[in-house]
Design a protein around this ligand. Sequence first.
Ligand code: KG4
Ligand code: ZN
Length: 344
Amino acid sequence: MANMENKNIITLAIETSCDETACAVLRNGREVLANEVHTQIDIHQTFGGVVPEIASRNHLDKISEIIERALEQAGVGFDDVDEIAVTYGPGLVGALLVGLSTAKALAYALEKPLIPVNHIEGHIAANYIAHPDLKPPFACLIVSGGHTHLVDVKDYTTFEIIGRTRDDAAGEAFDKIARTLGLGYPGGPIVDRLAKEGNPMAIDFPKAMMDQDHLDFSFSGLKSAVLNYLNSCRMKQVEINVPDVCASFQHAVIEVLKAKAAQALSQTGYDTLVLAGGVAANSGLRASLGQLKGIKLYYPPISLCTDNAAMIACAGYYQARAGQSGSLATNAVPNLKIGEKKYE
Ligand code: KG4
Ligand code: ZN
């Protein structure tokens, strides 16, 4: 029994929910032995966004190679793996099914438990890898391409959504603005870079729901305001100052996120704020939240902010310890919500 308790648990995880084919191997939930990510960004760039059918086919092409690379990097064999974690939602159904089917085949062949993981809960867990001292409970601001949520993380496997976007996700707005400005895909990192050269006060874009006492967000009005501004400049043949547009747009997003995050902390009584998701890579957002007084702020390094399988392995590890595992009947759930368990 003592031996069992001291045993190193090796978790292998697979992530294919969108346009990254990823496999990671972790020891005891937080130590990353391998974290392989193959991104399809260059393939989808031509189309200005992710094309689901192309994403699934590319996952199929790459998945075996990525798993082999991860095992090699970690210096472990299939026999050393104790559990298989996999993203089962939310995401593109065809893309999710490639990872899920592969994980099921491995779990069956190796006779190891299959741990179905919620992708968004994985983004939260990225912080446990980066910060060994971080423990729940805390408030988490999740901002990604498909999600903008404030979550009360009560423990490693218990989540309550306390605020959500009523329309677009923050990352979606970044991507749309960048596309309209002809800056390329994904837009977030490009807007972030250009914003540093612009004046955040140049254009007064709307900051929706700032003064309302709920924790919900809305970014569609801001997105439309930026698009209207650009159209009106073009119609009046006024030159567009791209860095100023990027800086002013980003400023509006950040002000709202900061106000709501501060409100979430006072509502929950926590002093710890955790940032997660692709937009957590935004340098302006990190700096601005860093100015909030009297709080402990955590965010992952950039490599763990965007999609990866290490975060899925970490979330899966804690689920497995809590006795939560799936079976070969587990299906992909494209619209899975945070805190939902929809597997058998
Ligand atoms: O979490 P993620 O990799 O995928 C989803 O699960 O959605 O997030 C991708 C999103 C994209 O919208 C991308 O433009 C945005 O994260 N993003 C950023 C930055 N880096 C990535 N947004 C703002 N600033 C960044 N530096
Ligand atoms: Zn993601």
